[in-house]
Write a protein of this length. Structure first.
Length: 241
């Protein structure tokens, strides 16, 4: 089974290089699509570690101010659309069966031992109903009766079957993606950040996700902050939990 990598980076260059070093130890020849999210120039690292480099002209994860606090997410729906465009480019470049989502806090310990049927993510589950005003996901099941799950878990370290994700992006309009905005808590739409959007796309199209990240199936840990510097904060693209 072939795998590629999509790596979203910003300004934490030390961590980015350390993750690339580790990834290349485990997967020396697999394709990596390195995307700077309107941050620093990472072309030197791309050349050094044999990555395809892409520089985004907009900061797609520029965030929003929610309850007087900067939150790491898409600034608006235009950014969500741009993310789907860029990850589609990554899939086309990698030309692999699966793609893994790399971030500065995604540490690969060893090669995977198992591949999920459609997708796999964090063992922890966050439910879509908690993003709604009424804490209710019945409207989703009524509109999409073939849904197999009702949560998101496709954050950093996740894996997705490429053809499935390509088809979901191709067959789901932005009108469909934003259909339930009116039932969501303000600034917490079902598309407002990348892990939620990817999970939502697969969910409403009837696919499945499994527990994969942070298990011996993947041998990937996330969030793993071992390369983060204490002087960096969210303005530097560093999100801490």
């Amino acid at each position: 089974m072939s795998i590629g990598f999509y790596y979203n980076c910003f300004k934490n260059k030390f961590a980015t290089e350390q993750i690339l070093i580790q990834t290349r130890k485990i997967y020396p020849e697999n394709p990596i699509f390195l995307m700077s999210d309107n941050g620093d120039d990472f072309s030197d690292l791309a050349n050094k570690y044999n990555c395809k480099y892409y520089y985004s002209e907009i900061n797609i994860l520029g965030g929003r101010i929610i309850n007087n606090k900067k939150v790491h997410c898409f600034t608006n729906v235009t950014c969500a659309k741009e993310f789907l465009k860029i990850i589609s480019l990554a899939i086309n470049y990698c030309n692999t069966e699966y793609i893994i989502l790399l971030e500065d806090d995604v540490f690969i310990h060893n090669k995977f031992s198992y591949l999920p049927i459609h997708s796999g993510g964090n063992i922890n589950q966050n439910y879509f109903k908690h993003l709604t005003i009424n804490k209710d996901d019945i409207p989703l099941f009524k509109k999409y009766p073939n849904m197999k799950y009702n949560y998101w878990n496709l954050g950093g370290g996740s894996i997705i079957k490429c053809e499935i994700l390509k088809d979901c992006i191709k067959n789901t309009s932005i009108q469909e993606i934003t259909f339930f905005d009116n039932i969501c808590i303000s600034n917490h739409e079902f598309w407002h950040t990348n892990d939620i959007l990817l999970s939502y796309l697969l969910m409403i199209n009837g696919f499945t996700t499994e527990a994969w990240t942070n298990t011996n199936k993947s041998n990937i840990s996330h969030p793993d902050k071992r390369f983060y510097k204490n002087t960096l904060n969210i303005e530097d693209g560093v999100y801490r939990k």
